[in-house]
Structures are given as C-alpha cells and as structure tokens.
Design a protein around this ligand. Structure first.
Ligand SMILES: O=C(O)[C@@H](CO)OP(=O)(O)O
Length: 277
C-alpha cells in the first residue's frame, strides 16, 4: 500500500498591487497591495484554512506586497505565530530601467513583441539600470549586507533562477527535515523560476507559464520529497473574492498540469527537489 503524502508545499503569489492593475513594470520596486490584493490575500488564507492546511514555517521576499500577503493569509488562518523567513533571493525578478514604466507606453516605443520578449523570454535581460540611478538596489538599506556583485541591474528569468535556487536548496529543502508543511509567498517570476525547476519545464515551455495573484497551489510530497500527486489549487472549486472561477482564470496551469501528468511517473522529483543542477 502506498504511504499517504506527508510533506506539503504551498506556492502563493502575492495579492494584486496597484502597479499590476495599471500594467506597470514593478520588479524590485516596493509597491503595496491594492484593495483587491488585500482581499485576494485574505481569500487565499480562507481557502487554505478550508483545506485544513497547518503550516510549520513560511518563506517570503523582502518586498512588502509578499510580506503583507503572508501576514493576511496567516492571520485568516490564525497561524500568525509560525516563523516567517525573508530573503531578497525570493524577490521579484529585477526589471532594470523598465521599472516604473507603463507596459503599453514602452510597447508604443519598441513594439509589443520586444516587450513580450523582455517579459517572458528565458534569458533576455531588460535594459540595465545604471549604478547611479536612485532605483539601484545598492541605494536601499535592506540590501546593505549583500556583496555588491549580487546586486542586480536587471535580470532575465535565467538570472532569477540562478539567485533563487540556492535559497531553495540551502534553506527551504533543509527546513523540510523538521517541517511537514511549508508556505512560500513570492512573486510572479520567482514562482515561475521555482515551478520551472520543480517540474523540469524546458526553457521554451516556461515562456507560456503565468502565475496569477492570490491563488495558492498545493504540492504534496512523500517523506523523501517525491511528488505524490498533481499540484492542486487550494479549495479549487470555490470562486475568487472578485467572482471568477480559478479554472477560467488559469488555463495555463491546466496545460502545465497535463504536461506534468505525462511526465509524472518517469521523473524523479526527489532528484529535482534535492539536487543542484
Ligand atoms: O512588473 C513585474 O514585476 C512583473 C510582475 O508584476 O510583471 P510581468 O508579469 O510583466 O513579468
């Protein structure tokens, strides 16, 4: 008889921010949740509570949209007491000098195709920020302890994977030794980076992967961190606070689920989860 899954990982993108609604490149800009984002974060907690999730530890970035989402979701679950660890390695991808610009205005100048290449290609970097720019992370005291060589001026998804995965391997995976249930609240592109790695998606396949705000996805593993079933949306038959069903919003996820289904029996997820590439 197969053992029931006993390790749980929930990936959650922060709730909506005003710059998402306005369609502005955000990256490392520290923008807060919009009213809808606030509702989405509370609703995420409600859905996780409904599914009986009890977290042992949570991980997030050093950006307030993710931190606040952890707070609101855990508050809704009455689990605010668990340890929450923050790392710049879970920050959104750094969008270079595009940060703050409206995507449609950039598209008018350089064309839709170029904007899409910057947003979704695997290894294309956005135009870099200069170190003299006030938006450069070296001017922000929260990054003061970093080696200057680690401070990004603009990252591709590939760069984001390279700085996020050490945190996965060195901090999150070891936490599973004493934790049965882990929550990661991060950002669209950091989560794309993690999902690419966990599911072994190709560089081409990840281009079509979108991660919606405020939708917790639950992964179940056995004690050796082998994936036991397809990831599921928490309380997935519910409607979101703003009235649309998860299934209608996230077609990309379901196409990825079918990709995963076809690979599920042959891939060693333990290998993906625990070994560096
Ligand atoms: O601007 C950003 O930081 C990200 C996420 O909001 O945008 P995109 O989805 O275009 O990568």
């Amino acid at each position: 008889m197969t053992e029931p899954p006993n390790k749980t990982l929930v990936l959650l993108r922060h709730g909506q921010i005003t710059w998402n609604a306005e369609n502005r490149f955000t990256g490392w800009t520290d923008v807060g949740l919009s009213e809808l984002g606030h509702v989405e974060a509370v609703e995420a907690g409600r859905r996780l509570l409904h599914d009986g999730l009890q977290f042992d530890i949570a991980f997030t970035s050093v950006l307030k949209r993710a931190i606040k989402t952890v707070w609101l979701a855990l508050e809704e679950m009455d689990q605010m007491w668990i340890p929450v660890h923050r790392s710049w390695r879970l920050n959104e991808r750094h969008y270079g000098s595009l940060q703050g610009q409206f995507k449609h205005e950039v598209a008018k100048k350089v064309g839709e195709e170029q904007v899409q290449r910057w947003r979704r290609s695997f290894d294309v970097r956005p135009p870099a920020l200069s170190e003299g720019d006030k938006r450069f992370p070296g001017n922000d005291r929260r990054y003061a302890s970093l080696d200057p060589a680690q401070l990004p001026c603009g990252e591709s998804l590939k760069d984001t994977i390279e700085r996020a995965l050490p945190y996965w391997h060195e901090t999150i995976v070891p936490a599973f030794a004493s934790a049965d249930s882990i929550l990661i609240v991060a950002h669209g592109n950091t989560l794309r980076a993690l999902i690419k790695y966990l599911k072994g998606l190709t560089d081409e396949k990840v281009v079509g992967l979108e991660v919606p705000t405020g939708e917790p996805v639950v992964y179940r593993f056995d004690h050796e961190l082998r994936l036991q079933q397809l990831p599921t949306f928490a309380h997935s038959m519910s409607r979101c606070a703003h009235g649309c069903s998860p299934r209608s919003r996230f077609r990309d996820f379901f196409s990825l689920a079918s990709h995963l289904r076809s690979h599920c029996s042959s891939i060693s997820f333990q290998q993906r989860l625990t070994k560096k590439r």
